[in-house]
Design a binder for this molecule. Structure first.
Ligand code: FES
Length: 109
């Protein structure tokens, strides 16, 4: 699997999304407890960035019109978004957060 190292786990503050660029993709990375999520930083309603959205357990809200997305699956949970956001597998090896951007699911798939 083509894992790409992003950052040390300690650089991710719990519940504070971080914007990153990986292989030309604009993503957000978010830590909640022992879990790290990665998703495309683009709402499927009107393409607004999600990185400044309100975070709750397993979810992030688009800051523009409030659509709620599931961090694990990318699924749109509430209108006005109806399509999922791409999400990517993340692993933590020796305190380094790694992502595989070849395995996206969600938007457009
Ligand atoms: S742009 Fe995200 S809900 Fe409208």
């Amino acid at each position: 699997m083509p894992w790409i190292s992003l950052m040390a786990l300690s650089e991710l503050v719990e519940n504070i999304p971080r914007s990153v660029r990986v292989s030309g993709k604009k993503l957000l990375v978010l830590r909640q407890g022992d879990r790290v999520y990665a998703m495309e930083d683009r709402c499927t309603h009107e393409d607004n960035p999600l990185v400044d959205g309100a975070v709750s357990a397993g979810k992030i809200a688009c800051p523009r019109h409030g659509a709620l997305f599931d961090l694990a699956s990318g699924a749109a949970l509430t209108p006005p978004a109806y399509e999922a956001v791409n999400v990517y597998p993340v692993t933590v090896e020796k305190d380094v957060v790694q992502i595989d951007v070849t395995k996206e699911t969600g938007y457009g798939s």
